[in-house]
Design a protein around this ligand. Structure first.
Ligand code: SAH
Ligand code: SF4
Ligand code: F3S
Length: 441
């Protein structure tokens, strides 16, 4: 049996693309493996968002070199955002790569593999700079999955000044509403319980279509019978409308998790980042969300060390964290991406300063995250079972409606996709621990 392996870096969009590429390979008769050395097709699906990600990926690309030397029939492709960004240059740097496949090009994968099986050569297939028209690719095969990704839009038009994504993913492009609803309904029919809608900026869904919008799409998905949970990411705080909040508040199945990337709390930096909101407007949004959905779990992304960031800006950030009290924050050190406006801005912050600020930020936020989680101790939460934990098959994991990770000792009956009451006994910064609550709701 011929085998394939796909190594995936980056965001959920890449995870989703990898599953779809896996399905395409499956149709060609390949089976998945988890061993690089066993594979006849190796794909690395890449991310360019930070330099650290790219460096890791270059290391992996290097590792494949000896496998390729040992097995000339091995087909090795680099796909995703770095592929789109670097194109030809990747082949120059690493000639053992057979093909480079850019974003929005997944539909060409099968033909390229066939072509390469017949005539070994180098192939570079990239989307035009604006991303072009992404083509529909058949949804991945499910194999009893209970939770699936569902892309609703591709690309991004926001051009935050630090971010490479609009350059590698092209212009915003929404999928047709009917296609999304049909895909979701088909999933529900096959036993899927949870879908996560994907897009770089989901709340601008529908802008290139007529007669639909993100709130309308959510309301229609909420009504599909069988789907217990609808999640979405990522939403931009600037476009988070009152209508959207009210649709979520009134829905039965749209989860009460709000990921609202703040990036920074200093208005001067928000402006330089081109985020399109002020801290005051953002705080107003958080207030509205909490009023409409009292149990809301709110998380964020933060960047430290953006050009021009001062100690004062950092103090504003720490104060904002104490005021907002996020459930969790994903914190990043600013990484200059060539081709983006911020990379050439003056007053770049030295790496040592960035590191110290990141640590200070994490210290403040970790205490808050822990306190937020401690508030769950003694309460019973409804979790959807995800399966055994990585390190211990006797400990099972699941998630709450608000996307909190919960661990409990396996009872012997619980199956992936079941909903269970778990009584929380212990809280940590990133997770909750409990036991199945027999009297639970
Ligand atoms: N479209 C999403 C996420 C994009 S990338 C959104 O707008 O929220 C995920 C996160 O990576 C961003 O929210 C940001 O915090 C971080 N990020 C993006 N570019 C970065 C850069 N150049 N350096 C450091 N962090 C970055
Ligand atoms: Fe990047 Fe901003 Fe688009 Fe998110 S919204 S992908 S941070 S440009
Ligand atoms: Fe990375 Fe591309 Fe996603 S740059 S974060 S994999 S859109």
């Amino acid at each position: 049996m011929r085998k394939y392996i796909i190594l995936t870096y980056g965001c959920q969009m890449n995870e989703s693309d990898s599953l779809r590429m896996g399905s395409e390979l499956h149709k060609l008769g390949y089976e998945p493996t988890t061993e690089l050395a066993e594979a006849q097709v190796i794909l690395i699906n890449t991310c360019s968002v930070r330099e650290s990600a790219e460096n890791k990926i270059y290391g992996k690309i290097g590792e494949v070199k000896h496998l390729k030397a040992a097995n000339p029939e091995l087909i090795f492709g680099v796909t995703g955002c770095m592929a789109q960004k670097e194109g030809e240059k990747l082949l120059k740097r690493a000639p053992h790569i057979d093909f480079v496949l850019g974003t929005n090009k997944i539909h060409e994968l099968a033909d390229i593999i066939l072509e390469l099986s017949n005539h070994p050569q180098h192939i570079v297939a990239l989307a035009p700079a604006d991303g072009g028209e992404p083509e529909e690719v058949a949804p991945p095969s499910l194999e009893n999955a209970k939770s699936v990704w569902l892309p609703i839009m591709y690309g991004c038009n926001n051009f935050c000044t630090y971010c490479i994504v609009p350059y590698v993913r092209g212009r915003e492009h929404s999928r047709k509403e009917a296609d999304i609803l049909a895909e979701a309904a088909a999933y529900a029919k096959q036993g899927v319980k949870e879908i996560t809608l994907l897009g770089q900026n989901v709340n601008s869904y529908g802008k290139n279509l007529s007669g639909t919008s993100f709130p309308e799409l959510l309301a229609k998905l909420d009504a599909i019978s069988g789907l217990e949970r609808v999640r979405y990411m990522t939403s931009h705080p600037r476009d988070f409308s009152d209508e959207l909040i009210s649709v979520i508040a009134q829905s039965k199945h749209i989860c009460s998790h709000f990921h609202l990337p703040l990036q920074h709390a200093s208005n001067k930096l928000l402006r330089k980042m081109n985020r399109g909101y002020t801290l005051e407007r953002y705080l107003e949004l958080v207030k509205k969300v909490r009023q409409a959905v009292p149990e809301a779990v709110i998380t964020t992304d933060l960047i430290v060390g953006f050009p021009g960031e001062t100690e004062e800006d950092q103090a504003v950030m720490l104060d904002a964290l104490r005021e907002i009290r996020y459930d969790a924050a994903y914190t990043f050190i600013y990484s200059p991406r060539s081709g983006t406006p911020a990379a050439t801005m003056e007053e770049q912050v030295p790496q040592e300063v960035k590191k110290a600020r990141l640590q200070a930020l994490m210290d403040v936020q970790n205490d808050i995250s822990l306190e937020k989680n401690q508030a769950y101790v003694g309460k019973t939460v409804r979790v959807m079972v995800e399966g055994p934990s990585k390190n211990n098959p006797e400990i099972y994991t699941g998630r709450t409606d608000g996307n909190k990770l919960v661990l409990w000792p396996y009872r012997g009956q619980e199956q992936v996709g079941d909903f269970l009451p778990v009584k929380i006994e212990k809280a940590q910064t990133w997770l909750l621990k409990g036991i199945i609550d027999d009297e639970g709701k």
